[in-house]
Ligand binder design. Structure first.
Ligand code: FSX
Length: 420
């Protein structure tokens, strides 16, 4: 049965407007920056990285990764280049036993420019790449059919794009939108991966009032999308995401493509389940203050930040346990409240930022009540445990630092288990 217009995905509707393409650049004619030379990153990296048949594990020697930027701040690229577990460099060099090496096509990181940069993209479209490929999107998809409306055919308006192809009606160059690349390449990709909240859910560009029809990769490709390996869209959210979350997910998918393991576990929204199954609060360095009913009144205070706008108890994210880069930094670790940047409801459902989440009123009041009983008991026990048994026997603490009482008391002031 034919797919009705109403059932078509935004990607299918875009390709209906644009039609098929069959013209390609003559790469023999073109040097970088108009010079008569050509430089391809693959030519430089491959001799150093290529695993021979004797040292290679698994059938795949390499997998191409086509990186696209929709409407974004490029923070996703910055996050990924800082990742350590594994690093981009080690993935490019094929340094992980069993993993196919990654041949990256990134508009900022690659050395090629102009049509040479698009050589591999064209080969993928023609089915001549000679290796599987994955597509990666940072930034949200804009509805380019809206940008095209009212502009002349072959001179379309666009919101986000990458390069030119001779796909104009008479063979002239036409700027190719990010959406068009995605729509053409996704059906034959081994996996389609969205990085960052803009690409996974729509994010800031799709906030209330956005004029671009901004949407996620899932919205664009539709719920029935499956890669040629049968994988739905994979989502690694965060604004920006944790680079290690993304690279680790890519590595897990590469193992799957290589046939070395099952598809890693993803949740019902396509998030890596092992990374987004816990809330921020459960691993927060300030979590115990909440339990004791003690809250920061202003930024810079050491206690739980919920009353000055932290949404950590209800947000799926591992920033508190993983940190921002190499287990360093991360929102609450460095004093920031969680504004829910990994969540599909971000930003609209979390605004205004830095205001107390309404749902926290009951839980913080209950924690305060409980804390009023728990804190004195903990102070007493902590003081008791801060005394060596011999000191108890002698009823004396031989400290030259003064003010140590020989016996802990239920009514003494601040103890080591609490600051209130
Ligand atoms: Fe979006 Fe990526 Fe937010 Fe930025 O590029 S996820 S605006 S921090 O980082 O797309």
């Amino acid at each position: 049965m034919a797919t009705s217009v109403a059932q078509k995905t935004p990607a299918q509707r875009l390709l209906d407007v644009l039609g098929p393409v069959d013209r390609w650049h003559d790469h023999e004619e073109i040097g970088d920056f108009g010079m008569p030379t050509r430089a391809f990153m693959e030519d430089m990296v491959e001799p150093l990285a290529k695993a021979g048949l004797g040292s290679r594990l698994g059938p795949l020697e390499k997998v191409h990764a086509f990186w696209f930027a929709g409407m974004s701040c490029d923070g996703c690229s910055v996050a990924v280049t800082g990742a350590q577990a594994p690093s981009v460099e080690s993935l490019l060099m094929g340094a992980h036993p069993g993993l196919p090496r990654v041949v990256l096509h990134h508009p900022v990181l690659n050395v090629e420019s102009g049509p040479n940069y698009l050589r591999a993209h064209e080969n993928a479209l023609k089915g001549e790449l000679g290796a599987p490929y994955v597509i990666i999107l940072e930034g949200s998809i804009s509805d380019e059919t809206m940008a095209m409306a009212g502009t002349e055919r072959d001179n379309y308006g666009y919101w986000s794009a990458q390069g030119e192809e001779p796909w104009g009606r008479n063979g002239e160059n036409r700027i190719v939108s990010t959406d068009e690349w995605i729509a053409r390449l996704a059906p034959n990709a081994a996996a389609s991966i969205a990085i960052g909240t803009c690409a996974t859910w729509g994010g800031i560009p799709s906030a209330d009032g956005n004029p671009t029809g901004a949407m996620s990769l899932m919205d664009f490709l539709g719920k029935d999308y499956r890669s040629v390996f049968g994988v739905p869209v994979v989502n690694v959210p965060g604004c920006p995401p944790i680079g290690d979350n993304f690279n680790e997910t890519v590595a897990a998918i590469l193992y799957f493509l290589q046939g070395f393991g099952p598809l890693p576990e993803f949740d019902e929204l396509g998030r890596p389940a092992w990374l987004f199954g816990e809330t921020v609060h459960r691993h927060c360095v300030r979590g115990a203050y909440y339990e004791e009913g003690t809250y920061a009144e202003t930024f810079g205070d050491p206690e739980c930040l919920v009353e000055i706008g932290c949404w950590g108890p209800v947000v799926n994210c591992n920033i508190t346990s993983r940190g921002a880069i190499n287990h360093v930094g991360g929102c609450m670790n460095s004093g920031g409240a969680c504004i829910g940047c990994t969540m599909p409801g971000f930003p609209d459902k979390f605004t205004p930022f830095y205001k107390r989440p309404p749902g926290s009123l009951v839980s913080t009041a209950a924690a305060r009540l409980l804390g009023s009983f728990v804190k004195p008991l903990r102070r007493y026990t902590s003081a008791h445990l801060n005394r060596e048994v011999r000191w108890d026997l002698h009823n004396e603490v031989p400290s030259g630092w003064a003010r140590e009482q020989s016996e802990p008391s239920m009514v003494q002031g601040r103890g080591t288990s609490s600051t209130t």
